[in-house]
Design a binder for this molecule. Sequence first.
Ligand SMILES: CC(C)(COP(=O)(O)OP(=O)(O)OC[C@H]1O[C@@H](n2cnc3c(N)ncnc32)[C@H](O)[C@@H]1OP(=O)(O)O)[C@@H](O)C(=O)NCCC(=O)NCCS
Length: 176
Amino acid sequence: MNVSIRPVTPADEPFLWDMLYLAANLADTGIPPTALRTDSALARYVEGWGRPHDEGVVALDPRTNERIGAAWMRLLTGDNRGAGYVDDTTPEVALAVLPAHRRRGIAARLLLALIDGPGRSYPAISLSSRATNPALGMYRRLGFEPVAGTRTASRAGVIVFTLRRVIRPPRRNTPA
Ligand SMILES: CC(C)(COP(=O)(O)OP(=O)(O)OC[C@H]1O[C@@H](n2cnc3c(N)ncnc32)[C@H](O)[C@@H]1OP(=O)(O)O)[C@@H](O)C(=O)NCCC(=O)NCCS
């Protein structure tokens, strides 16, 4: 599908809350979307969107111009670190695509736009994924690699682990 991709703006914050609800796989749990706002472990990915280092991309349906998916990233450090924390220089990515638009390569397009766009300002980006996520092969193809020692059970009892996509490999100190 020939989606167009544009940067996230502060006006997209309500849409990011919707996408976060999907990204957290809460739709089948009976937990209402409003509960996200009081769940600090999840709310930290969106709350007060538009801070320095907040970057993301939105996919638009070319026929309707409606938003159909988003991938966004935030530098979450200190007490505010998220499930995909790697280090203080690696923003954590969250992403989701509306169910009716899945399996058409939109998530891959969104992640590529992040990697080739705002991601270039960082040494790496990371995300936390369920071990059963069917998109894992796509993450690996885009250069995401599992971070050793991060495999754990989430609050929901699901096995999750962190993947990191190196953007700029660390410089080697070469002898003079
Ligand atoms: C995961 C998610 C973002 C994928 O979005 P998408 O636009 O459907 O993904 P794509 O079409 O780019 O497909 C990516 C890969 O995942 C595979 N895939 C995605 N959903 C799948 C499913 N339900 N069953 C089997 N394979 C699936 C695709 O076949 C594709 O694999 P390939 O590239 O090896 O062919 C979307 O399913 C979603 O929003 N899920 C709920 C939230 C979530 O899990 N977010 C990710 C948190 S890390």
